[in-house]
Ligand binder design. Structure first.
Ligand SMILES: Cc1cc2nc3c(=O)[nH]c(=O)nc-3n(C[C@H](O)[C@H](O)[C@H](O)COP(=O)(O)OP(=O)(O)OC[C@H]3O[C@@H](n4cnc5c(N)ncnc54)[C@H](O)[C@@H]3O)c2cc1C
Length: 465
């Protein structure tokens, strides 16, 4: 298997990690596209769904990241129990922030700390029924605690947002896993009958829409990790932390990947950074190149609701949905949770998995306030944005072998992933992240749908008849 410089950067920009190409499997029969690149009118989608994590009161953003000027030690500070009564947990506190596996690990670690502090038979509350909360609850129950889970939403899963509407299934939160590092989560979901399909096929590349040729790799693998490693190695040799954007632009030899008729080195840099934003939610202009460069591996997408493993973890555990906690009061003798329902809940200890954006807001308050170093640590973390737009069509109108496209202009949706090979359905997933995501929040559904379809026009190809 050979790696070309050209395909290498295509993979790096895709953010899809190692893309094992068409030689592997052919999960779904797909019409062969014609090579014609005449833009076609994009048909009306059968369905349109969007996320709105930045406007979500119980998320307040997508995931955390470390910005230049901050240190990841903030996460370690937050992991320390507060008077052995309050234990914080969640993706933000893990060494793998912004991931499901990080949230699971964090939830379990907090639960072990709480078990070490508790006397037999104590009652412990878990705030949040996402990946961290459900994992914590399961460990607590196994350790002999009397557990109650309190969740603000009317569903479990948190930022894993699995939806089933009619015969359609889709994720509007975590949507891909990395086969090399996410084995534990993948196995847990597989036990629920969820299969995973690699994001694979020929890589497609549309630099700026209709002008750009759609180039395809057909026989080689593409390695994100290596491209990012080049940027990372360069960054670590610098005297001070620099933004990932600088590390990619200055530390990666993009010129050597330029091919005739293809994107320029500056366009390649832009596309790489777009993908880093899609993985981290961060603006690469501020994301630390020392602490938060994402790693690469084989991307897989779930074919079935990812949240199933969370419900199984919570099986048999007292879980109150639609019950927001508004105030957490601690004393020497225990913890009291004030609920939005007007009731209170007294417990011995609490594990709090609410996202950082929520902990920094007035949605959830602490009485007394969290010690100042915890508040300092919370404010040192940055919260990034990722929004997803899912369109399902009656039939594909795009190059069905393409994995992804990017646009380097100011289109509202600049990155699209072709989920047809993975799901067997004519589905495109738009990923809008970092600074781009902020602009989305103000768009109505109709306006976003329209903008999304417009941004797809250059990628429409004439089907073979
Ligand atoms: C758009 C998007 C795409 C992503 N893509 C990926 C991906 O591809 N792969 C990956 O591994 N990760 C991805 N992530 C990150 C991943 O989803 C998260 O890291 C993980 O799910 C976080 O789990 P958690 O338990 O820490 O937090 P959450 O899932 O947010 O759980 C916290 C829970 O606390 C609840 N809560 C908040 N406030 C209160 C309150 N006051 N009272 C009671 N309950 C409250 C919330 O409703 C929520 O259910 C993505 C995230 C987003 C948003």
């Amino acid at each position: 298997m050979s790696f070309t410089r050209r395909s290498f950067i295509v993979g790096a920009a895709s953010g899809m990690s190692v893309l094992v190409l068409a030689a592997c499997t052919d999960p779904s029969p797909a019409p062969t596209p014609s090579p014609t690149r005449e833009p076609e009118v994009v048909p009306s989608p059968r369905s349109f769904y969007r996320s709105n994590w930045s406007g979500d009161a119980y998320a307040r953003g997508a995931t955390t990241y470390t910005a230049v000027g901050s240190l990841p030690q903030s996460r370690e500070t937050l992991r320390e129990p507060i008077d052995d009564r309050i234990f914080l947990a969640g993706e933000a506190l893990s060494d793998d922030p912004g991931t499901v596996r990080g949230a699971v690990t964090s939830g379990r670690s907090a639960a072990y700390l709480a078990l070490a502090a508790m006397a037999p038979g104590e009652r412990i509350a878990v705030v949040g029924a996402g990946a961290a909360g459900s994992s914590a609850a399961r460990v607590l129950v196994a350790g002999g605690a009397d557990v109650v889970v309190v969740e603000a939403r009317d569903r479990t899963g948190g930022r894993i947002d699995s939806n089933v509407v009619g015969d359609e299934f889709f994720e509007l939160g975590a949507w891909r896993l990395d086969e090399t590092v996410d084995g534990g989560v993948i196995d847990a979901a597989r036990q629920e009958g969820v299969e995973f399909v690699p994001v694979q096929g020929g890589s497609a590349f549309g630099a700026d829409g209709a002008d750009a040729p759609l180039e395809q790799s057909t026989d080689d693998a593409v390695i994100l990790a290596e491209a990012l490693a080049e940027a990372s190695a360069w960054a670590l040799a610098q005297g001070e932390d620099v933004p990932v954007a600088d590390a990619v632009r200055e530390g990666v030899d993009l010129e050597s990947w330029v091919t005739e008729g293809g994107p320029t080195s500056s366009e390649l840099a832009d596309q790489t950074l777009l993908s880093i934003a899609a993985l981290t939610g961060a603006d690469p202009g501020v994301l630390s190149s020392w602490f938060d460069v994402p790693a690469g591996g084989q991307s897989v997408v779930p074919v079935g609701p990812l949240s199933g493993f969370i419900d199984t973890a919570l099986d048999g555990i007292d879980t109150a949905l639609s019950t927001a906690v508004t105030v957490i009061s601690r004393s020497d003798s225990g913890v009291s949770l004030r609920l939005a329902t007007g009731e209170s809940l007294s417990v011995d200890r609490v594990i709090v998995t609410a996202p950082v954006g929520v902990l920094r807001s007035d949605v959830l308050q602490f009485d007394p306030l969290l010690p100042v170093r915890y508040r300092g640590a919370l404010s040192a973390l940055s919260v990034g944005d990722i929004e997803l737009i899912r369109l399902e069509f009656d039939a594909p109108f795009w190059d069905t072998e393409a994995v992804w496209w990017v646009r380097d202009d100011d289109a509202v949706v600049r990155m699209w992933v072709n989920l047809l090979p993975a799901t067997g359905r004519p589905v495109l997933l738009g990923v809008v992240a970092g600074a781009d995501a902020a602009a989305l929040a103000d768009l109505s559904d109709a306006a976003l749908r329209e903008a999304a379809l417009r941004s797809l026009a250059p990628f429409a190809v004439q089907p073979t008849t």
